[in-house]
Design a protein around this ligand. Structure first.
Ligand code: ADP
Length: 511
């Protein structure tokens, strides 16, 4: 058969896919596409010619121009897809992943977009529109406005009705931008104006709305898959409350502080919402759970694959990229939804090139030594390799270290060891810090909310010893230096006993 790739007649996996992304997610997508026998196509900026996913690509093209801008350049990316004769485009996350115009341009060119149809991401990608869709599907939303707020007087009236503190959010927002907490009426007018101009600058859309601000809250989200025909399924929850500046650092499932019955109810409602818009592909419905309660309120949808999706893969045994590619090709899911089980406990730590001991300042430059962990129940999705450069142009996520265990305790123990084994030098990363975080008594007890980490870091700052421990750990750096000199190193503290609360503390004291 010589059917043109532009005219697909029957449901089938695409024969080729362009990965319109870089870093760990490009590698992640390439692995599944290779396994499924697709032709894997890549693109890269002038700064990225050495990225490891390119070794898995059958063919790749360089995007010329400013390396900061090329992955966001809709026209350039589309031209590359055409030049490589891609049948499908996988956007990963970030960059063009939630750009409706891009999805539309891809489909108009006769290619498959591996993600929701443009009208679905319009219906859910915008926060106000998503709140409306949720309300229609019977999903509880955070108390707040249904329309964009026009003017300070209207804003004040609404905020008084909701009750202070309130949160101003940009409808087009993301990454915490355009978001402002307002404690008192006297701050409202200025905050509205600032949030709106911030949103205008960042997203070209200044619409803002007001919702109730929960001072102590947990962030729990549901992974959903939709078949694009009105069928949708929940793949379970992820607890993502360990955040710095509203960005996630650790994600785990099951959610430790949410009873299974409440989590199931949340999952059922999220699937109902996805089904109500005939959602196609992988998506995440995010909810807030006020601390100490099992109540939950929908906040937004992420209409794409998320950084933390492997947490769900470890518990369900599914490959979400495979499901995405199947659904894009009209094949439906690879599994029978009623037989789906989420087993054991999974947890992910984001290894980011930032120095937690210096206010999470970016740590840039060439990585001389890189060693990622392995072992039973350990998974690493990472692009960082020795000799590569952490450039200032892109997101500083070097990789993700995950662990699965039959129990939460086993998963946490495995992740602790894996994070200690992770060595990157001389770039400083969040790995040792996160090993410490998951062994804090409050974390071990599952008693944390979205404000917990900031309070912990503040406490550490006022205590020099703890600060050293939480930051760039001297023992890790020394071991990493040995690694770069000798090619290997013994890095575990002599006192390691399988479940220490603070192995680095012991080590540092010994050193
Ligand atoms: P963005 O799309 O910019 O990431 P989200 O709406 O997903 O914004 O919110 C990001 C984080 O901000 C949440 O995980 C939570 O920590 C906090 N947050 C959002 N809405 C509220 C709220 N109403 N009350 C308290 N915290 C909130």
């Amino acid at each position: 058969m010589s059917a043109s790739p532009r005219r697909r007649r029957s449901a089938a996996l695409p024969r080729s896919v362009l990965i319109a992304n870089r870093g760990e997610i490009a590698l992640r997508v390439a692995r599944t596409a290779r396994r499924l026998g697709l032709e894997v196509l890549g693109l890269f900026s002038s700064a990225d010619a050495g990225l490891p996913h390119l070794r898995l690509c059958h063919r790749a093209v360089e995007l010329d121009g400013d390396p900061r801008a090329v992955y966001l350049d809709l026209k350039k990316v589309l031209a590359a897809a055409k030049r490589l004769k891609a049948e499908a485009v996988h956007p990963g996350y970030g960059f063009l992943a939630e750009n409706d115009d891009f999805a539309e341009a891809v489909e108009d060119a006769g290619l498959l977009f591996v993600g929701p149809a443009p009208e679905q991401s319009r219906a859910l990608g915008d926060k106000l529109a998503a709140r409306e869709a949720a309300r229609k599907a019977g999903v509880p939303t955070v108390p707040g406005t249904r329309e964009p707020v026009e003017g300070a007087e209207a804003g004040k009236r609404i905020a008084a009705e909701i009750g202070y503190p309130v949160l101003i959010k940009a409808s087009a927002g993301g990454g915490g931008r355009g978001m402002r907490v307002v404690a008192r009426p006297s701050q409202l007018e200025e905050s509205l104006a600032r949030a709106s101009s911030e949103a205008q600058a960042a997203f070209g859309d200044g619409r803002v709305f007001i919702e109730k601000y929960f001072e102590q809250v947990r962030h729990v989200e549901i992974q959903v898959l939709g078949d694009g025909q009105g069928g949708a399924v929940s793949l379970g929850e992820r607890e993502c409350s360990v955040q710095r500046r509203h960005q996630k650092l650790i994600e785990e499932s099951a959610a430790p502080a949410l009873p299974p019955r409440a989590a199931k109810k949340m999952g059922d409602l999220a699937a109902k919402l996805a089904a109500s818009v005939k959602y196609r592909g992988a998506g995440t419905m995010e909810f807030l759970v006020p601390a100490g309660t099992t109540d939950f309120y929908f906040i937004e949808t992420n209409a794409r694959l998320q950084v933390e999706h492997p947490v769900t893969e470890l518990r369900t045994g599914l490959d979400l990229v495979e499901e995405q590619l199947r659904v894009a090709g009209g094949l439906g899911f690879s599994f029978e939804p009623s037989k789906l089980r989420a087993e054991g406990h999974a947890i992910e730590a984001r290894v980011i090139a930032e120095d937690p001991g210096a206010g999470f300042r970016p740590s840039l430059g060439r990585m001389d030594a890189v060693h990622w962990p392995s072992g039973p129940g350990v998974r690493v999705d990472a692009w960082a390799e020795a000799g590569l450069e952490v450039s200032p142009y892109y997101d500083s996520l070097l990789g993700k270290v995950l662990a699965w265990g039959r129990t939460r305790e086993e998963a946490l123990d495995r992740l602790t060891l894996a994070l200690h084994e992770t060595l990157i030098a001389p770039v400083v990363t969040t790995a040792p810090f996160l090993a410490r975080v998951i062994n804090e008594p409050a974390f071990r007890a599952g008693a944390y909310d979205t404000g917990w980490l900031a309070a912990l870091t503040l406490e550490a700052k006022s205590n020099g010893k703890r600060r050293a421990e939480l930051g760039a750990n001297a023992a890790v750096l020394a071991a990493a230096e040995r690694l770069s000199r000798n090619g290997h190193a013994t890095v575990l503290p002599a006192t390691w006993r399988g479940r220490p609360l603070s192995p680095w503390q012991t080590n540092a004291e010994d050193a």
